[in-house]
Ligand binder design. Structure first.
Ligand SMILES: [Zn+2]
Length: 167
């Protein structure tokens, strides 16, 4: 019941991702309709329900465009799992605040990068120039396209791609 389900607005714009339990609840309450099944059926003694992969809300909801939360996982994904100082691609990454927090650096997309433990240790609590280290690229907010925002689910839910493209 933990599998992610893509929720589309009435106009097919991707709105968010919810879990299977919530998606089935919306379907049973007729607040949403099934768009893509693709995962077989949930069987109870008396009934069986499709296991949705994509559902669509019956009524249009207004809400701001989905935005990515600043999490370690999303910083690593934005930085392509690559240390932004030495360029090593690794699954062993840490978060570095470019301007260290004790110098007033904020926890925001433009001030956080993926760094390997060795580079993070070498930089210590200093500014990059003080440590004679250089960023491979300036950190920025990640893209806001639906393909990117929901992109971390795509490997396991390839059928979502059609519904994400263009938003
Ligand atoms: Zn490094």
């Amino acid at each position: 019941m933990q599998a992610p389900v893509l929720v589309l607005n009435a106009n097919f714009e991707p709105v968010n991702v919810c879990d299977m339990r919530r998606a089935v609840g919306l379907l049973l309450a007729e607040k949403a309709s099934l768009v893509v099944n693709g995962r077989g059926e949930i069987k109870t003694i008396s009934q069986s329900f499709p296991r949705p992969s994509v559902i669509r809300l019956q009524k249009m909801v207004t809400r701001p465009r989905p935005q990515l939360k600043l999490t370690r996982r999303e910083v690593f994904r934005r930085d392509n799992y690559t240390c932004q100082y030495c360029g090593k691609k690794t699954s062993d990454l840490t978060i570095d605040h470019v301007i260290p927090r004790h110098l007033g650096g904020r926890h925001m997309w433009k001030n956080v990068v993926a760094a390997c433990p060795a580079c993070n240790h070498r930089k210590g609590g200093r500014l990059p120039e003080e440590a004679n280290m250089h960023l491979r690229r300036q950190p920025a907010e990640p893209p806001t396209s639906a393909n990117y925002v929901f992109g971390r689910h795509l490997a396991e839910n390839a059928e979502w791609e059609t519904f994400l493209t263009g938003w």
